[in-house]
Structure formats: C-alpha cells, structure tokens
Design a protein around this ligand. Structure first.
Ligand SMILES: O=P(O)(O)OC[C@H]1O[C@H](O[C@H]2O[C@H](CO)[C@@H](O)[C@H](O)[C@H]2O)[C@H](O)[C@@H](O)[C@@H]1O
Length: 357
C-alpha cells in the first residue's frame, strides 16, 4: 500500500432482507385524471404506499428475533451470506495483497460505522480509540467521512481537521482544513454543494415538520442536517409509526421538490436531485485526481442503505472494496462485511500496520 502524496441491536436483524432492499420514493408518481375510477385508484395507491412504507419501516428494524423453529434456517442464511460477504478482518491479507502498489483512499460512514447506534442522535460519540485509528489512517491515505449528518455536526464528533467531510448524504463536501503531513492542503474551502438552492425550502420544511410532529408524536425527533432532514422514530411506539409517516407525508405534499428515503429507524427528507453518497464518492475520487487512474484502491465502509450507492460505484468501477457493517444478512452491493464499529476500528488499525511494515 502506498503513502498518499497529497449498537446495532437485535432489532436490526434483517429477518426480511428482501423487504429491506426495497427503495421507496415519496411522493409517488402522479397518476392524474378526474374520473371516479381514477380517483379510487389514487386512493388505493395512497393506501398501498402507506402499507409499503410501514412494512419497510418495520422490516429495516425488526424488534423480534426469529422463533426457535426458524433459528436453524437463520443460521444457514447467515453462513451463506458470510460466504458471499466474508469478514474484511478474516480476509485482510488478501485485501492488502490486492491493494499492494495501489493508491489507497478510505471513505467512512459515521453512524453505525464509527459510532454505535444509540437512542439519542446527539449522543452518538465515537471513542478515543476509534479517533486514533482514523487519525492513523488519515496520516497515510486520503480519508473522508461520508455521512447523512450535517457536516459541522459530524465534524464535531470526529474532530480531525485532516479529513475530507461529505455531510448531508454527500451534498456538502469540504476538503481538509489541516494536514499533519504538510502537503499543502491547508485551508481548503467548500468543494461541492449541489443542493444549495434547496436551503430555504429545507428550512421551511424543517419548521413545518417540527411543528406537526414533535407536538403530536411522542418520541419523534426532527434533526436538521442542513441539506436534508432526519425524522427519527427510534423512540416512537411502533403503534404510532403510521401516524408519524402520515404527518411527514402531509408536510411533504407542500414541498414537491423534496423526497423521502429511509435509514435505520429514520425517515430522511432530501432534495429531489440526483446526488447521493455514490456521487459524493465519485466527486471525491475526481477531486483527488484519481478518477481516471486504474491503480487506485478505494475502501468504503458503511452500515446503512444510503451507503449502498457508494458500494455500487465501487462495483461498477471494479475497484477497491466495499465493506458493510452488519451483524446480520442484508441485501448489499458490498463485497465484505464487519460486524460492528469495534471491528471497523480493528480493521483501520490493521490498515495502518500494513502500511508501515
Ligand atoms: O450516514 P450516517 O453517518 O450513517 O448518518 C445516517 C443518520 O445517522 C443518524 O441516525 C442514526 O444514528 C442515530 C444515533 O446512533 C440513531 O439514533 C438513529 O436511529 C439512526 O438512524 C443521524 O442522527 C441522522 O441524521 C443521519 O441521517
């Protein structure tokens, strides 16, 4: 490898991996027309959309373990999945061999990857040991945090100025503000904000969501991530998830430029633009001057559906390694897996060791 020159809980077990793989988008396509038949069809479509979303909200974060008679089948499913997505720690030597002589670049999701999943999003801190591991990696390879969070907030958790940060699901990218290797990157400003025209609309929708939801849905929390919003339902009774979805849907009717996607016990409100973590990864590779190079080995580690866009980019480039953080089988485009943030930390440490030996 070359030097660079420049709590997941059992409720998250993917009992219904197929359902979790579905990707919904709201609002649904307009069907139009004014006849009773068409109207009825629209009502049915609305109900179907609601049921699909609720299924998806439950499937992506099931609270119940498999019943005993199904446990054997679950083991077999897990073994089969691990064969297709082996542990990046177990296969570390093979990975290092594939990266040898290539320019490594490291891309890290934050929640569920560098920090364990916790109930309160404001308390999702990372350990000092993890910070040291990331610091070590960043001293050797270009390293970026790619998060759904607001860039400033995720920087507040990570606190390493030598990294690239892509906040708001990659819609807010900034280069390092300090470089311990003194490679002249100091003071780099914002590199890319493809959704800046949506800022006023996002602000307005944030106000509307806070007003409608936090007043009527106990436990709901709306987080302003600058270019996108998160509506958390981790602390909402499951019986109220339908009402929560309806409230979000009612607000979004007034904002046709916004769409809805889903993460881990969270509904994500985002601008309707073709930009995601995959595009952010491509943008960063381009900014680093690696876009056309075949001797580049990008490593992307993430735990969420939104990270799948980045895994797909690596697959289509036929480069590097996508690593999914999950204890349970999930439909994924990643090639490897790690079980939890502690294993991510160990993997990062091994990357550092391999680059110094
Ligand atoms: O792309 P990421 O860095 O993984 O950010 C995705 C969302 O992560 C956060 O929510 C998730 O983690 C919380 C803290 O552990 C947890 O309470 C929540 O249920 C999870 O969905 C963050 O709060 C969101 O804004 C991010 O979009």
């Amino acid at each position: 490898m070359t030097k660079h020159g420049v709590v997941l809980g059992p409720e998250d077990a993917v009992v219904a991996a197929a359902a979790a793989a579905r990707h919904f988008s709201f609002p649904p396509p307009r069907t139009g027309g004014d006849s009773c038949r068409k109207l009825a069809a629209q009502v049915d479509l609305g109900a179907a959309v609601m049921v699909s979303w609720l299924d998806s909200m439950k499937a992506s974060s099931p609270r119940h373990r498999l019943m005993a008679p199904l446990a054997g089948a679950a083991d077999a499913e897990h073994d089969d999945w691990m064969e297709r997505h082996p542990s990046a720690l177990d296969r570390f030597d093979a990975l290092a061999a594939a990266a040898k002589g290539k320019q490594v670049a490291v891309f890290l999701d934050y929640d569920g990857t560098l920090s364990p999943i916790v109930e309160d999003p404001d308390r999702a801190v990372m350990t000092d040991e993890m910070r040291e591991a990331v610091r070590g990696v960043a001293a050797r390879f270009p390293t970026a945090i790619v998060s759904g969070r607001c860039r400033d907030k995720v920087f507040g958790f990570v606190r390493l100025a030598e990294l690239y940060y892509a906040g708001s699901h990659g819609m807010d990218i900034r280069g390092p503000t300090a470089d311990p290797n003194h490679h002249g990157k100091e003071g780099k400003s914002v590199l890319c904000q493809p959704a800046s025209e949506f800022l006023p609309v996002i602000e307005e929708a944030y106000g509307a969501l806070v007003e409608r939801m936090e007043a009527s849905i106990p436990g709901a929390k709306v987080e302003n991530n600058k270019f996108c919003l998160s509506v958390h339902f981790r602390c909402v009774e499951e019986a109220a998830w339908g009402a929560l979805f309806e409230q979000v849907r009612a607000v979004l009717k007034d904002y046709p430029g916004l769409r809805l996607t889903q993460g881990r016990k969270v509904l994500e409100v985002r601008p309707m633009i073709k930009w995601d973590k995959g595009k952010a990864l491509e943008f960063l590779l381009d900014s680093l001057g690696y876009a056309e190079r075949s001797d580049v080995f990008p490593i992307y580690i993430g735990d969420d559906r939104t990270d799948e866009d980045a895994f797909k980019v690596l697959r289509s480039r036929g480069q590097g390694a996508g690593i999914l953080v999950s204890k349970f089988p999930k439909e994924t485009s990643a090639s490897f897996s790690l079980r939890e943030p502690a294993e991510v930390r160990d993997f990062l440490r091994r990357l550092v060791d391999a680059s110094t030996t």
